[in-house]
Design a protein around this ligand. Sequence first.
Ligand code: ZN
Ligand code: ZN
Length: 345
Amino acid sequence: MKAAVLEELEQIVVKEVPTPTAGDEEMVVRVRTCSICGSDLRIYHHGNPRVKPPQIMGHEIAGDVVEVGREVTGFAVGDRVSVGADVPCGVCEFCRAGYGNNCLINYAIGYQFPGGFAEYIKLNATTMKFGPVHQIPEGLDYETAALAEPLGCCVNGLERVNVGPGDTVVIIGAGPAGCLLGQLARQLGATRIIMAQRSRPRLEIARQLGVDVLVCTAEEDLKERVMEATDGSGADVVVTACASPEAQMQAVDLVKNRGRINFFGGLPKGSPKIQLDSNRIHYGELLVTGSHGCVPWHHRAALGLLGSRAIRVRSLITHRVSLDDILKGFEIVENRTGMKVIVEP
Ligand SMILES: [Zn+2]
Ligand SMILES: [Zn+2]
């Protein structure tokens, strides 16, 4: 089969590799769609201790089941499936408690396990037993179904800060994650969504998705706009959907007393330290948390939200590339000329 193989840092080669076959507890899927994630770019440029080249990346996957091991139950050849990223090991303390994304091994598709930038992907026994592999709801296309992975991370992210009816939610960063978070916050009952982004074009997409207040931070003061929109009290929730230390530091000034903050986006590897106004957290009784990835039920919930059309992602899919052109796809994501870029192997 054809696959895009990460051979070393900043070197992806599209080439023929052996087509996988399924053992008794495994399954093989013909990949129809695998969207490019920001983390694929980070691995490509900077590596990741969980990714040992040569490896096939890609963890936002949808396709058709073409081979099912004898001992696998619940799936048949011809099933349409969506596959997420984080795979619980199933046996450690965190996985048994249902927090597989906090597993110390933290297996993931496209990390330790071969990913979806290939014509076929083998889902191993651990993935079949504990991982995010779910049937695509009827009538839902592959592209949309593949985005259940990033949306699942958003379900986890908003669950961590308990977004609910009547909340005012500030989302900093109007990229694909920010746009998904905004729509999801609305579904969870948030009455006012404020979205901030440095540049204008991405804010336009957010506007079409029903965001209430758009703030272009290159031209406007975010704190001023948030206070104006909340009669001076601040937001209930702030989610930083970007890799900006400034956004994290500013978050404590944007929430009201007892407000909740999620550092949804990680910071660049070499500079994870920030200065926080800790007294703002102390006196305001703020809750500051983070979130990372998701567990299989978040992925299933996300697929359900997409299947019921509660969340729409079509306008976020701006580009499609073939496997041969995967590096062009990486470039589009990197230059932020597009939102979600789909690879069609
Ligand atoms: Zn992803
Ligand atoms: Zn585990």
